[in-house]
Design a protein around this ligand. Structure first.
Ligand SMILES: [Zn+2]
Length: 176
């Protein structure tokens, strides 16, 4: 009998970048924002998660009294932009440990307001999925803040097969 029968060659389906970006994507799925759902995860050098967040209305208040729409032709107090807390802000505000030298995985490149907070808590690297507002002044300011703060940033491209494999995998976990 081969005593090494249980020594099988194995490999993870995910590298660390993919693992944490999928967590950020899962966090975004919890957002109620009908137009832009964003999620993020902060991670330390041991690849342990430090904090997680998604964009949502201010915790603890009756959000039924607040707008979720993105129409900018009405006064600011009737727009979501006056009230919604971004995913990065939520994760930073609720972190249980220091985010110094951490990596931030986020599904959308941070706005300048979140960039200020990311730089203030001295995050080391930002890894993002989408940069769909790259031409906006907010995004340009965020990049300037990151460059002045020596925070590196890079876009992650997920393989489409990863998402379809994950869908099949999760489907297989459902009771038959
Ligand atoms: Zn933001």
């Amino acid at each position: 009998m081969d005593l090494n029968v249980n020594f099988l060659p194995v490999a993870s389906h995910l590298n660390w970048d993919e693992y944490f970006m999928l967590q950020a994507m899962m966090a975004s799925f919890k957002s109620k924002d009908p137009n832009t759902k964003v999620g993020c995860v902060f991670v330390d050098d041991n690849n342990h998660q430090l904090s997680m967040g998604y964009n949502g209305q201010i915790a603890g208040i009756d959000e039924a009294k607040l707008p979720w729409g993105n129409v900018r032709s009405v006064p600011i107090d009737l727009q979501k932009y006056a009230y919604v807390v971004h995913s990065e802000a939520n994760a930073i505000l609720h972190a249980k440990a220091s985010l110094h030298d951490s990596r931030c995985y986020v599904t959308l490149f941070p706005c300048h307001e979140c960039a200020k907070m990311i730089a203030t808590v001295k995050v080391r690297e930002v890894i993002y999925l989408s940069d769909k507002y790259a031409e906006s002044v907010e995004s340009q300011v965020a990049k300037k803040i990151f460059e002045l703060s020596k925070i590196s940033y890079r876009q992650l491209t997920l393989k489409p097969a990863l998402i379809s494999d994950l869908g099949s995998y999760l489907g297989g976990m459902l009771p038959q």
